[in-house]
Design a protein around this ligand. Structure first.
Ligand code: PMP
Length: 415
Protein backbone atom coordinates (compact mmCIF):
# COMPACT_ATOMS: atom_id res chain seq x y z
CA UNK A 1 0.00 0.00 0.00
CA UNK A 2 1.18 3.53 -0.75
CA UNK A 3 0.23 6.42 1.50
CA UNK A 4 0.89 10.06 0.82
CA UNK A 5 2.42 11.81 3.81
CA UNK A 6 3.44 15.13 5.22
CA UNK A 7 7.19 15.11 5.72
CA UNK A 8 8.70 15.52 9.17
CA UNK A 9 12.22 16.81 9.49
CA UNK A 10 14.49 13.96 10.54
CA UNK A 11 18.05 15.24 10.11
CA UNK A 12 19.38 14.85 13.67
CA UNK A 13 17.58 11.57 14.11
CA UNK A 14 19.13 10.14 10.94
CA UNK A 15 22.59 11.29 11.98
CA UNK A 16 22.26 9.76 15.47
CA UNK A 17 20.94 6.49 14.04
CA UNK A 18 23.93 6.26 11.71
CA UNK A 19 26.34 6.84 14.61
CA UNK A 20 24.48 4.42 16.89
CA UNK A 21 24.54 1.67 14.23
CA UNK A 22 28.33 1.63 14.52
CA UNK A 23 28.59 1.36 18.30
CA UNK A 24 25.27 -0.12 19.53
CA UNK A 25 24.26 -3.53 18.13
CA UNK A 26 21.31 -2.98 15.81
CA UNK A 27 21.33 0.72 16.67
CA UNK A 28 18.98 0.16 19.62
CA UNK A 29 17.90 -2.87 21.60
CA UNK A 30 14.54 -4.30 22.58
CA UNK A 31 11.12 -2.72 22.43
CA UNK A 32 12.48 0.81 22.00
CA UNK A 33 14.05 0.07 18.62
CA UNK A 34 12.24 2.44 16.24
CA UNK A 35 12.70 -0.09 13.43
CA UNK A 36 9.70 -1.85 14.98
CA UNK A 37 7.55 1.27 14.48
CA UNK A 38 6.07 2.88 11.35
CA UNK A 39 8.85 4.30 9.18
CA UNK A 40 8.28 7.98 10.03
CA UNK A 41 8.78 7.44 13.75
CA UNK A 42 11.82 9.03 15.41
CA UNK A 43 14.31 6.99 17.40
CA UNK A 44 15.72 9.82 19.50
CA UNK A 45 14.01 12.38 21.75
CA UNK A 46 15.21 15.56 23.38
CA UNK A 47 12.72 16.37 26.13
CA UNK A 48 9.24 16.03 27.55
CA UNK A 49 6.83 18.37 29.27
CA UNK A 50 3.56 17.15 30.79
CA UNK A 51 1.94 14.93 28.16
CA UNK A 52 4.06 16.37 25.35
CA UNK A 53 7.26 15.05 23.83
CA UNK A 54 9.89 16.55 21.49
CA UNK A 55 12.17 14.55 19.22
CA UNK A 56 15.77 15.54 18.52
CA UNK A 57 14.71 17.43 15.39
CA UNK A 58 12.38 19.64 17.40
CA UNK A 59 9.08 18.04 16.31
CA UNK A 60 6.49 18.21 19.07
CA UNK A 61 4.01 15.43 19.81
CA UNK A 62 1.01 14.92 22.03
CA UNK A 63 2.31 11.63 23.39
CA UNK A 64 0.12 8.58 23.98
CA UNK A 65 2.94 6.18 24.83
CA UNK A 66 4.01 8.08 27.97
CA UNK A 67 7.50 6.51 27.99
CA UNK A 68 5.70 3.13 27.55
CA UNK A 69 4.03 3.61 30.92
CA UNK A 70 6.28 5.44 33.38
CA UNK A 71 5.01 8.92 32.60
CA UNK A 72 1.86 8.91 34.76
CA UNK A 73 1.57 12.47 36.09
CA UNK A 74 3.33 14.26 33.23
CA UNK A 75 7.00 14.89 32.52
CA UNK A 76 8.66 17.30 34.97
CA UNK A 77 5.79 17.14 37.42
CA UNK A 78 6.68 19.90 39.93
CA UNK A 79 5.97 17.94 43.14
CA UNK A 80 7.88 14.89 41.93
CA UNK A 81 10.80 16.93 40.64
CA UNK A 82 11.00 18.94 43.84
CA UNK A 83 11.08 15.80 45.99
CA UNK A 84 13.69 14.16 43.75
CA UNK A 85 15.84 17.28 43.71
CA UNK A 86 15.71 17.63 47.50
CA UNK A 87 16.88 14.00 47.88
CA UNK A 88 19.52 14.44 45.15
CA UNK A 89 21.08 17.24 47.16
CA UNK A 90 21.38 14.89 50.15
CA UNK A 91 22.53 11.79 48.27
CA UNK A 92 21.24 9.03 46.04
CA UNK A 93 23.50 5.97 45.96
CA UNK A 94 24.86 5.56 49.50
CA UNK A 95 26.08 2.59 51.57
CA UNK A 96 22.50 1.68 52.32
CA UNK A 97 19.00 3.10 51.94
CA UNK A 98 18.06 6.58 53.07
CA UNK A 99 15.21 7.39 55.47
CA UNK A 100 12.91 7.83 52.48
CA UNK A 101 12.82 4.03 51.92
CA UNK A 102 10.91 3.47 55.14
CA UNK A 103 8.55 6.34 54.47
CA UNK A 104 7.88 5.01 50.96
CA UNK A 105 7.41 1.44 52.19
CA UNK A 106 4.86 2.67 54.75
CA UNK A 107 2.93 4.54 52.07
CA UNK A 108 3.02 1.58 49.63
CA UNK A 109 1.73 -0.81 52.30
CA UNK A 110 -0.96 1.70 53.24
CA UNK A 111 -1.96 2.21 49.58
CA UNK A 112 -1.97 -1.32 48.14
CA UNK A 113 -4.75 -3.23 49.80
CA UNK A 114 -3.21 -6.71 49.78
CA UNK A 115 0.25 -5.51 50.88
CA UNK A 116 1.65 -6.37 54.32
CA UNK A 117 5.21 -5.61 53.21
CA UNK A 118 7.18 -4.31 50.25
CA UNK A 119 10.70 -4.46 48.76
CA UNK A 120 12.18 -2.22 46.08
CA UNK A 121 14.14 -2.90 42.91
CA UNK A 122 14.79 -1.03 39.64
CA UNK A 123 13.01 -2.65 36.67
CA UNK A 124 9.74 -4.47 36.25
CA UNK A 125 11.66 -7.64 35.42
CA UNK A 126 13.46 -7.39 38.78
CA UNK A 127 10.07 -7.29 40.47
CA UNK A 128 8.44 -10.18 38.58
CA UNK A 129 11.57 -12.29 39.02
CA UNK A 130 11.71 -11.49 42.74
CA UNK A 131 8.05 -12.52 43.07
CA UNK A 132 8.82 -15.88 41.44
CA UNK A 133 11.87 -16.41 43.67
CA UNK A 134 9.93 -15.57 46.84
CA UNK A 135 7.05 -17.88 45.82
CA UNK A 136 9.44 -20.77 45.20
CA UNK A 137 11.25 -20.11 48.48
CA UNK A 138 8.01 -20.01 50.46
CA UNK A 139 6.42 -23.09 48.91
CA UNK A 140 9.51 -25.21 48.23
CA UNK A 141 7.91 -25.96 44.85
CA UNK A 142 9.13 -25.34 41.32
CA UNK A 143 6.39 -24.83 38.72
CA UNK A 144 5.29 -21.37 37.66
CA UNK A 145 2.09 -21.04 35.64
CA UNK A 146 1.95 -18.16 33.14
CA UNK A 147 -0.56 -17.14 30.49
CA UNK A 148 0.48 -17.89 26.91
CA UNK A 149 1.68 -14.71 25.22
CA UNK A 150 1.82 -12.64 28.42
CA UNK A 151 4.82 -10.38 28.96
CA UNK A 152 6.55 -10.46 32.34
CA UNK A 153 10.02 -9.20 31.44
CA UNK A 154 13.18 -9.76 29.49
CA UNK A 155 15.30 -12.37 31.28
CA UNK A 156 15.56 -16.05 30.31
CA UNK A 157 12.71 -17.38 32.50
CA UNK A 158 10.17 -15.07 30.86
CA UNK A 159 11.61 -13.39 27.75
CA UNK A 160 9.25 -13.41 24.74
CA UNK A 161 12.22 -14.45 22.57
CA UNK A 162 13.92 -17.82 22.71
CA UNK A 163 17.14 -16.47 21.21
CA UNK A 164 19.88 -17.00 23.77
CA UNK A 165 17.50 -18.88 26.06
CA UNK A 166 17.88 -22.58 26.93
CA UNK A 167 15.12 -25.13 27.38
CA UNK A 168 16.36 -25.48 30.97
CA UNK A 169 15.58 -21.81 31.62
CA UNK A 170 11.92 -22.61 30.92
CA UNK A 171 11.89 -26.10 32.42
CA UNK A 172 9.43 -25.29 35.18
CA UNK A 173 7.00 -23.05 33.34
CA UNK A 174 3.51 -24.25 32.43
CA UNK A 175 1.06 -22.30 30.30
CA UNK A 176 -2.64 -21.48 30.45
CA UNK A 177 -4.90 -19.18 28.42
CA UNK A 178 -5.94 -15.90 30.05
CA UNK A 179 -9.63 -15.85 31.04
CA UNK A 180 -9.98 -19.57 30.25
CA UNK A 181 -10.73 -21.43 33.47
CA UNK A 182 -10.61 -24.84 31.84
CA UNK A 183 -7.11 -24.26 30.49
CA UNK A 184 -6.01 -22.96 33.89
CA UNK A 185 -7.39 -26.09 35.55
CA UNK A 186 -5.57 -28.18 32.93
CA UNK A 187 -2.26 -26.42 33.64
CA UNK A 188 -2.75 -26.77 37.41
CA UNK A 189 -3.55 -30.47 37.12
CA UNK A 190 -0.61 -31.00 34.77
CA UNK A 191 1.76 -29.43 37.30
CA UNK A 192 0.52 -31.77 40.05
CA UNK A 193 1.73 -30.87 43.52
CA UNK A 194 4.75 -28.90 42.40
CA UNK A 195 3.19 -25.42 41.86
CA UNK A 196 4.88 -22.41 43.41
CA UNK A 197 2.79 -19.70 41.74
CA UNK A 198 0.24 -18.69 39.18
CA UNK A 199 1.42 -15.49 37.49
CA UNK A 200 -1.34 -13.37 36.02
CA UNK A 201 -1.44 -9.98 34.27
CA UNK A 202 -3.98 -7.50 35.59
CA UNK A 203 -5.65 -7.78 32.18
CA UNK A 204 -4.62 -9.41 28.92
CA UNK A 205 -2.49 -6.77 27.22
CA UNK A 206 -0.63 -8.85 24.64
CA UNK A 207 0.73 -6.70 21.82
CA UNK A 208 -1.07 -6.87 18.43
CA UNK A 209 -4.21 -8.45 19.89
CA UNK A 210 -7.51 -7.16 21.19
CA UNK A 211 -7.12 -6.63 24.92
CA UNK A 212 -9.23 -8.58 27.41
CA UNK A 213 -10.28 -7.60 30.90
CA UNK A 214 -10.38 -10.52 33.34
CA UNK A 215 -13.77 -11.96 34.13
CA UNK A 216 -14.56 -12.16 37.81
CA UNK A 217 -15.01 -15.93 37.47
CA UNK A 218 -11.50 -16.23 36.02
CA UNK A 219 -9.95 -14.10 38.78
CA UNK A 220 -11.76 -16.17 41.42
CA UNK A 221 -10.61 -19.39 39.74
CA UNK A 222 -6.98 -18.21 39.87
CA UNK A 223 -7.38 -17.58 43.61
CA UNK A 224 -9.25 -20.87 44.28
CA UNK A 225 -6.81 -23.07 42.33
CA UNK A 226 -3.75 -21.41 43.89
CA UNK A 227 -5.25 -21.89 47.37
CA UNK A 228 -6.06 -25.53 46.64
CA UNK A 229 -2.40 -26.14 45.76
CA UNK A 230 -0.83 -23.92 48.43
CA UNK A 231 0.62 -21.74 45.64
CA UNK A 232 0.97 -17.97 45.46
CA UNK A 233 -1.01 -15.73 43.12
CA UNK A 234 1.43 -13.26 41.55
CA UNK A 235 -0.31 -10.26 39.97
CA UNK A 236 1.88 -8.49 37.41
CA UNK A 237 0.96 -4.82 37.84
CA UNK A 238 4.08 -3.50 36.12
CA UNK A 239 2.11 -2.02 33.22
CA UNK A 240 -1.22 -1.39 34.95
CA UNK A 241 -0.13 -0.14 38.37
CA UNK A 242 -1.67 3.20 39.47
CA UNK A 243 -3.54 3.58 36.17
CA UNK A 244 -6.47 1.23 36.78
CA UNK A 245 -7.05 1.48 40.51
CA UNK A 246 -4.96 3.10 43.24
CA UNK A 247 -5.20 0.15 45.65
CA UNK A 248 -4.53 -2.56 43.05
CA UNK A 249 -6.04 -3.45 39.69
CA UNK A 250 -8.02 -6.44 40.93
CA UNK A 251 -9.65 -4.44 43.75
CA UNK A 252 -12.92 -4.05 41.81
CA UNK A 253 -12.98 -7.84 41.27
CA UNK A 254 -12.61 -8.48 44.99
CA UNK A 255 -9.72 -10.90 44.42
CA UNK A 256 -6.43 -10.39 46.28
CA UNK A 257 -3.05 -11.59 45.06
CA UNK A 258 -0.31 -12.81 47.41
CA UNK A 259 2.46 -11.00 45.59
CA UNK A 260 2.33 -8.09 43.14
CA UNK A 261 5.03 -6.65 40.90
CA UNK A 262 5.04 -2.89 40.29
CA UNK A 263 7.21 -0.55 38.27
CA UNK A 264 6.78 1.83 35.32
CA UNK A 265 4.48 4.54 36.76
CA UNK A 266 5.41 4.12 40.43
CA UNK A 267 8.01 6.93 40.40
CA UNK A 268 6.72 8.91 37.40
CA UNK A 269 9.71 8.10 35.23
CA UNK A 270 12.41 7.57 37.85
CA UNK A 271 13.79 4.03 37.87
CA UNK A 272 12.03 2.03 40.57
CA UNK A 273 10.10 -1.18 40.95
CA UNK A 274 8.46 -2.80 43.94
CA UNK A 275 7.20 -6.15 45.13
CA UNK A 276 4.31 -6.15 47.55
CA UNK A 277 3.43 -9.26 49.52
CA UNK A 278 1.17 -10.85 52.07
CA UNK A 279 2.28 -11.90 55.53
CA UNK A 280 2.64 -15.63 54.78
CA UNK A 281 5.43 -14.74 52.30
CA UNK A 282 7.26 -12.32 54.59
CA UNK A 283 9.71 -14.88 56.01
CA UNK A 284 10.65 -16.24 52.57
CA UNK A 285 11.07 -12.68 51.29
CA UNK A 286 13.53 -12.01 54.10
CA UNK A 287 15.51 -15.19 53.29
CA UNK A 288 15.99 -15.04 49.51
CA UNK A 289 19.05 -13.19 48.26
CA UNK A 290 17.74 -10.50 45.95
CA UNK A 291 19.61 -7.23 45.55
CA UNK A 292 21.24 -4.78 43.17
CA UNK A 293 23.79 -1.97 43.35
CA UNK A 294 21.14 0.64 42.62
CA UNK A 295 18.06 -0.89 44.26
CA UNK A 296 18.28 1.40 47.28
CA UNK A 297 18.69 4.59 45.22
CA UNK A 298 17.07 7.32 47.28
CA UNK A 299 16.19 9.80 44.52
CA UNK A 300 13.77 7.48 42.75
CA UNK A 301 12.25 6.55 46.12
CA UNK A 302 11.67 10.22 46.89
CA UNK A 303 10.10 10.55 43.44
CA UNK A 304 7.87 7.53 44.12
CA UNK A 305 6.77 8.92 47.48
CA UNK A 306 5.71 12.17 45.83
CA UNK A 307 4.07 10.30 42.91
CA UNK A 308 1.96 8.08 45.16
CA UNK A 309 0.82 11.05 47.24
CA UNK A 310 -0.41 12.77 44.07
CA UNK A 311 -2.05 9.58 42.76
CA UNK A 312 -4.01 9.24 46.00
CA UNK A 313 -4.85 12.93 46.39
CA UNK A 314 -5.96 13.49 42.78
CA UNK A 315 -7.49 10.09 42.09
CA UNK A 316 -5.37 9.78 38.98
CA UNK A 317 -6.92 6.54 37.64
CA UNK A 318 -10.36 8.20 37.44
CA UNK A 319 -8.98 11.30 35.79
CA UNK A 320 -7.11 9.46 33.05
CA UNK A 321 -10.03 7.05 32.52
CA UNK A 322 -12.26 10.04 31.75
CA UNK A 323 -9.76 11.49 29.26
CA UNK A 324 -9.21 8.07 27.73
CA UNK A 325 -12.95 7.66 27.24
CA UNK A 326 -13.09 11.03 25.43
CA UNK A 327 -10.36 9.82 23.10
CA UNK A 328 -12.10 6.47 22.60
CA UNK A 329 -15.49 8.02 21.83
CA UNK A 330 -13.93 10.52 19.43
CA UNK A 331 -11.97 7.83 17.57
CA UNK A 332 -15.10 5.71 17.23
CA UNK A 333 -17.16 8.57 15.73
CA UNK A 334 -14.41 9.70 13.36
CA UNK A 335 -13.52 6.23 12.10
CA UNK A 336 -17.18 5.69 11.20
CA UNK A 337 -17.30 9.02 9.36
CA UNK A 338 -14.58 7.67 7.08
CA UNK A 339 -16.31 4.31 6.68
CA UNK A 340 -13.56 2.51 8.58
CA UNK A 341 -14.06 -0.08 11.24
CA UNK A 342 -11.71 -0.15 14.22
CA UNK A 343 -11.63 -2.21 17.39
CA UNK A 344 -10.83 -0.41 20.65
CA UNK A 345 -10.08 -2.60 23.62
CA UNK A 346 -8.57 -2.57 27.09
CA UNK A 347 -9.25 0.02 29.77
CA UNK A 348 -9.88 3.54 28.39
CA UNK A 349 -6.79 4.85 30.22
CA UNK A 350 -4.63 2.26 28.38
CA UNK A 351 -6.22 2.19 24.93
CA UNK A 352 -5.48 -0.30 22.17
CA UNK A 353 -6.72 0.59 18.68
CA UNK A 354 -6.65 -1.99 15.88
CA UNK A 355 -8.18 -1.80 12.40
CA UNK A 356 -10.46 -4.51 11.02
CA UNK A 357 -9.12 -6.42 8.00
CA UNK A 358 -5.56 -5.40 8.80
CA UNK A 359 -3.66 -8.64 9.26
CA UNK A 360 -0.35 -7.02 8.25
CA UNK A 361 -1.05 -3.80 10.25
CA UNK A 362 -0.64 -1.72 7.07
CA UNK A 363 -3.68 0.38 7.97
CA UNK A 364 -2.52 0.85 11.55
CA UNK A 365 0.95 1.87 10.42
CA UNK A 366 -0.43 4.30 7.81
CA UNK A 367 -2.80 5.79 10.39
CA UNK A 368 0.03 6.29 12.90
CA UNK A 369 2.43 7.74 10.32
CA UNK A 370 -0.29 10.22 9.37
CA UNK A 371 -1.16 11.23 12.95
CA UNK A 372 2.55 11.55 13.75
CA UNK A 373 2.93 14.04 10.92
CA UNK A 374 0.17 16.04 12.64
CA UNK A 375 1.98 15.97 15.97
CA UNK A 376 0.32 13.03 17.73
CA UNK A 377 2.29 9.97 18.80
CA UNK A 378 0.11 6.82 18.75
CA UNK A 379 1.19 3.16 18.56
CA UNK A 380 -0.27 0.88 15.89
CA UNK A 381 -0.09 -2.42 17.80
CA UNK A 382 0.75 -1.91 21.47
CA UNK A 383 -1.53 -0.62 24.20
CA UNK A 384 -1.08 3.10 24.71
CA UNK A 385 -1.12 5.17 27.90
CA UNK A 386 -2.90 8.31 29.09
CA UNK A 387 -1.25 10.54 31.67
CA UNK A 388 -2.74 12.98 34.15
CA UNK A 389 -1.08 15.91 32.37
CA UNK A 390 -3.06 15.29 29.20
CA UNK A 391 -5.73 17.94 28.74
CA UNK A 392 -9.01 18.08 26.90
CA UNK A 393 -7.21 20.28 24.38
CA UNK A 394 -4.65 17.49 23.83
CA UNK A 395 -7.49 15.04 23.19
CA UNK A 396 -9.05 17.50 20.74
CA UNK A 397 -5.68 17.80 18.93
CA UNK A 398 -5.37 14.02 18.88
CA UNK A 399 -8.82 13.66 17.34
CA UNK A 400 -8.06 16.24 14.69
CA UNK A 401 -4.88 14.33 13.81
CA UNK A 402 -6.89 11.09 13.84
CA UNK A 403 -9.24 12.55 11.22
CA UNK A 404 -6.25 13.06 8.99
CA UNK A 405 -5.11 9.52 9.79
CA UNK A 406 -8.48 7.97 8.98
CA UNK A 407 -8.75 10.03 5.77
CA UNK A 408 -5.33 8.74 4.71
CA UNK A 409 -6.30 5.12 5.36
CA UNK A 410 -9.74 5.50 3.74
CA UNK A 411 -8.21 6.92 0.56
CA UNK A 412 -5.89 3.97 0.06
CA UNK A 413 -7.59 1.06 1.75
CA UNK A 414 -11.32 1.62 2.16
CA UNK A 415 -13.08 -1.07 4.20
N1 PMP B 1 5.60 -7.00 33.20
C1 PMP B 1 4.83 -6.26 32.40
C2 PMP B 1 3.36 -6.48 32.39
C3 PMP B 1 5.39 -5.27 31.59
O1 PMP B 1 4.61 -4.54 30.79
C4 PMP B 1 6.79 -5.07 31.65
C5 PMP B 1 7.46 -4.01 30.80
N2 PMP B 1 6.86 -3.74 29.60
C6 PMP B 1 7.54 -5.87 32.50
C7 PMP B 1 6.93 -6.81 33.27
C8 PMP B 1 9.04 -5.72 32.58
O2 PMP B 1 9.36 -4.46 33.05
P1 PMP B 1 10.81 -3.81 32.75
O3 PMP B 1 10.86 -3.55 31.27
O4 PMP B 1 10.84 -2.57 33.56
O5 PMP B 1 11.83 -4.80 33.19
Amino acid sequence: MEFSMLELVRMQDAALRARAQKVVPGGMWGHLNAAKLPDRYPQFFSHGEGGLLWDVDGNRYVDFMCSWGPNLLGHKHPEVEEAAERQRRMGDCLNGPAEVMVELAELVVDTISHADWTMFQKNGTDATTTCVTVARAATGKRKILVAKGAYHGAVPWCSPSLIGVTAEDRAHLAYYTFNDIESLEGAVNGAGDDIAAIVVSAYRHDMSFDQELPTQDFARAVRRLADAKGAAVILDEVRTGFRLHTAGSWEPLGVSPDLSAWSKAIANGYALSAVTGSDWLRKAASQVFVTGSFWAGAVSMAAALATLKVVRRDNVPDKIARLGQMLRDGLETRSRQFGLSIRQSGPAQMPTVLFDDDADFAKGYAFCNATLAKGVYFHPRHNMFLCAAHTEADIADALEAAEHGFATVAKTAPN
